[in-house]
Design a protein around this ligand. Structure first.
Ligand code: GDP
Ligand code: GDP
Length: 439
């Protein structure tokens, strides 16, 4: 399937001229006549080895009787619906017009990736050609000359990258299975999150990013690894710039909390070359509270002496011992070491978090636990546990039914948790035990 690029914009901004250049045909009418209504034109183009389809929408006319929106619905809307990416042309010589804003609003609602392109920029300084159009909020504009060909090649490359990246369509249309494991990568600034994302995503196929329907500064990055699907969700403090992901300076507690709560599995990244800080411990606390599955990634393991490595491990035992249910990986995001194993733990943590525990199995495991060690009497009451069922996933909740369960002590509850964890091999996920006393 060839990616589809739609050329959208007011009449006379130069869509047909660009269309002709891209398709090297004389199919489309080029005339300096505003108000000329045209059909959509489809053409085939190619840049190097990359073929594509291009649609010239002809633009919409502000015809009084029918109205702008009506025209847009008829022409632009259909083309946009068919497109993988929209090239939105504006006129650098004329500057911004109200119609450009109307079109922007429409494109934003469409959810398609949009490249804002200032045409007729030959002989103009980049800044003076584009400065008017930042106001549209579509990011850095491209400056091209469709007539002369300046900047067209780069524009098409970027459009094709976006088209490829936006497939197979809107986030809403992705089946849950295709989004795979929802992954949050959290950690304080400078631990190496963006470096890991680039390593993870750079070598594999990025299916989509900058998902429509989300707020402007949130990102979702579905990617594939070893044939498995993952979606990095709303990774706080990371933005895409050009082809790579970069860190932004500030740390946002709200975004970190949001991404944790939306994830199935959280990767908490620590910096082996720094002491574990209070901020690290806070983030660890958020994760524990959320009940999400967890994998620890201790980054920047490269270049440490064995003494330094021992010191890191001791620091972890002392400060984040409460995360010992999770697997720990010592990695180098920069060198790419330890990452395959890290992703294996992500998979197993997810499997544990989503484990389907049947009532008979749980009840049998409960009976085994009691057989090994009975709960103590408390105030003349002997707790009697009858059966267990699963009350939830991610984290797994095990609900135990019986009588006088108020008498069960915290240490015994932890004993039960460990027994269930061992029996069902639930590594990497918190486990919740709820006690319900029958009437
Ligand atoms: P459309 O109606 O939006 O498809 O625009 P056209 O492609 O028909 O172009 C409208 C007018 O702008 C024509 O007179 C073109 O020759 C002119 N034009 C198109 N591209 C450029 C360009 O890159 N630079 C300049 N100076 N004029 C251009
Ligand atoms: P973020 O703020 O968490 O996204 O951190 P960055 O990915 O921007 O990384 C911060 C700094 O740590 C950069 O200078 C990286 O090059 C460096 N860094 C990241 N990963 C590693 C690693 O595995 N080893 C070493 N030595 N440096 C790393």
């Amino acid at each position: 399937m060839k990616p589809v690029i739609a050329l959208v914009g007011r009449p006379n901004v130069g869509k047909s001229t660009l269309f002709n250049r891209l398709t090297r045909s004389r199919d489309a009418l080029v005339a300096d006549l505003p108000g000329l209504t045209r059909d959509r034109h489809y053409g085939e183009g190619r840049i190097g080895e990359r073929p594509f389809l291009v649609i010239d929408t002809g633009g919409f006319e502000p015809v009084a009787k029918e109205g702008i929106m009506f025209q847009m619905a008829l022409q632009t809307k259909q083309a946009v619906a068919e497109a993988d990416v929209v090239v939105f042309l504006v006129d650098g010589r004329q500057g911004m017009t109200p119609h450009d804003k109307t079109i922007t609003d429409f494109l934003r609602k469409s959810g398609r990736p949009v490249l804002l392109v200032v045409n007729k920029a030959e002989g103009m300084k980049y800044t003076s050609a584009v400065s008017d159009f930042y106001e549209l909020g579509l990011g850095d504009p491209y400056a091209i000359s469709g007539a002369h060909g300046d900047g067209v090649h780069d524009l098409v490359q970027e459009a094709l990258d976006k088209a490829f990246a936006s497939r197979p369509g809107d986030a809403e249309e992705l089946l849950p299975a295709e989004r795979g494991i929802k992954l949050a990568l959290v950690g304080r600034p400078n631990v190496g999150k963006s470096t890991l994302i680039n390593t993870l995503v750079g070598e594999e196929r990025v299916i989509a990013f900058d998902m429509p329907g989300t707020t402007r500064d949130s990102i979702e990055i579905p990617f594939e690894r070893d044939g498995k699907h993952y979606t990095l969700i709303d990774t706080a403090g990371i933005r895409r710039r050009g082809k790579v992901f970069e860190a932004v300076e500030k740390f946002s507690v709200v975004k970190t909390l949001q991404s944790i709560s939306e994830a199935n599995v959280v990767v908490l990244m620590l910096d082996a070359q720094q002491d574990i800080s209070e901020q690290d411990a806070h983030i660890a606390g958020f994760i524990l509270e959320s009940g999400r599955a967890l994998v620890l990634a201790v980054n920047k393991w490269d270049g440490l002496t064995s003494d330094q490595r021992d010191k890191v491990k001791m620091d972890m035992d002392r400060k984040i011992d409460f995360l010992s249910f999770a697997n720990t990986h010592f990695i180098s995001a920069l060198k790419g070491t330890g990452i395959a194993q890290l992703m294996k733990s992500v998979d197993s943590a997810y499997a544990a978090a989503m484990a389907d525990l049947s009532t008979p199995k749980l009840t049998r495991a409960l009976a085994e636990a009691v057989e090994k060690q009975e709960p103590k009497r408390k105030g003349g009451m002997r707790p009697k546990m009858r059966y267990a069922h699963q009350g939830g996933m991610n984290p797994p909740i095990i609900v135990i039914h019986g009588n006088s369960l108020d008498a069960i002590s915290e240490p015994y509850k932890r004993y039960l948790e460990k027994h269930f964890r061992d029996t069902f091999q639930l590594v990497g996920t918190p486990l919740r035990i709820e006690l319900r006393t029958g009437k």
